[in-house]
Design a protein around this ligand. Structure first.
Ligand SMILES: [Zn+2]
Length: 397
């Protein structure tokens, strides 16, 4: 097998052929009738049958060997600090490890684990701007870490949000992790954030760690943040009737996380489906956390929701890709021309009882990852973290 060329050598045209199963990331049509994907300049330019795609003069050719291709997975809820280090569990290289779990984009819900995190307003703003800059300039393993998510503190005024937005901040950290915990106060600041194009997430449920707070369904609905962060708790969940109220009572993102309550997560999925609200359901890990760091956390959520949650596997992948991209206004997560060329190639794990990739996930097994591509560049080949896949793609040129 050829060795992966350096990222610089791969900026030209990319052709991926012999794809056995193409998962689109879009709930309305989760499987595509295609075996070839072409990308140029980091964007998808064609998706179709080989004979219908212009595959000439490719700089990089990947033979998928019949493996499945899906959009790179998006982790909607992480807590990075700096670089590829987390002080929460004293781990190095955790983001690169997530790459080997198929994650190509991560969204910060606040850089809250920074030792000595500032709580004064100028310090809150300085940290957010620094984190946004640092992760724009540095991508561990090539993973896109969207960071710089300030935590709301009492005393912030509208001009603070204007200043943050002008400096490039696009996210708020989890509402409720700072001193702002009351619904009306949070709603005012969330409104200012929204006015300046900053997206918001709210902590839902009991305190995560000593020092964080309890946020009930009434407060979540009053604050009206864009994403109902870990609707299944982080880890302590709200009573199931309150979770149903959240699914019914607004049109915001329903985020289910790995480091939450599994019963509450499965219940949130069931409520969303009963209410015809599946397009709002998105997935995260909420890691690093007290429960640790989960490189395969998004794959584990897909397998959990598909197997015990009885959701067809091709739809479960959409929750971690196209749904998150739509709810969070990202240019990735869907296999279609114009979208970011972020892909994960995978196959049924060796000795899975499932007859193929989708059946194996439906039976609760994790897929084996054979290659991850971000912005049209091959970032990793056979995963060091997943069970070995039956087939793996080959880098032809
Ligand atoms: Zn939280």
């Amino acid at each position: 097998m050829a060795l992966a060329a350096g990222p610089e050598a791969q900026v030209g045209k990319l052709v991926i052929r012999n794809i056995g199963l193409l998962l689109s990331g879009a709930l309305e049509a989760p499987l595509l009738d295609a075996d070839t994907v072409v990308a140029e300049g980091g964007r998808i330019t064609a998706v179709g049958r080989a004979a219908d795609c212009d595959t000439d003069q490719a700089r990089v050719v990947v033979d998928a060997q019949g493996c499945a291709l899906a959009p790179g997975l998006i982790d909607s809820h992480v807590h990075p600090v700096f670089g590829d280090w987390t002080p929460r569990q004293s781990q190095l290289g955790w983001i690169d490890s997530f790459l080997h779990g198929g994650v190509t984009t991560m969204i910060s819900a606040g850089e809250v684990h920074l030792p000595g995190r500032p709580r004064d307003i100028i310090g809150v703003k300085a940290l957010a701007i620094t984190a946004q800059r640092a992760y724009s300039n540095f991508r561990p393993g090539g993973v896109k870490v969207l960071a710089g998510a300030p935590v709301l503190e009492q005393g912030m005024v509208e001009s603070d949000f204007a200043e943050l937005a002008a400096a490039g901040v696009t996210l708020l950290g989890e509402v409720g992790l700072g001193t702002v915990k009351a619904g009306q106060e949070a709603a005012m600041m969330v409104g200012w954030a929204r006015k300046y194009g900053i997206q918001s997430t709210i902590h839902t449920g009991g305190p995560s760690v000593p020092g964080s707070g309890y946020i009930d369904a009434d407060t979540v609905l009053a604050a009206d943040a864009d994403i109902i962060g870990h609707i299944n708790g982080g880890h302590t969940a709200l009573p199931l009737n309150q979770i149903r109220c959240l699914c019914e009572g607004c049109g915001r993102g329903i985020e289910i996380v790995h480091n939450g309550n599994e019963l509450a997560g499965l219940s949130a999925l069931r409520f969303a489906r009963e209410l015809d609200q599946l397009p709002r359901v998105i997935l995260g890990t909420d890691s690093p956390a007290g429960s640790g760091v989960q490189p395969l956390g998004i794959l584990r959520m897909i397998a959990l929701l598909s197997s015990i949650g009885d959701l067809p596997a091709e739809l479960a992948f959409c929750l971690a890709t196209g749904n998150t991209a739509r709810m969070r206004d990202l240019d990735c997560g869907i296999i279609a021309p114009g979208r970011a060329a972020d892909f994960v190639l995978m196959d049924r794990a060796q000795h899975s009882a499932g007859r193929d990739l989708l059946d194996s996930v439906r039976q609760g097994d994790l897929p084996g990852i054979g290659m991850v591509i971000i912005d049209g560049i091959v970032r990793s080949q056979r995963s060091r973290n997943t069970p070995p896949a039956e087939r793996i793609p080959v880098l032809v040129t």
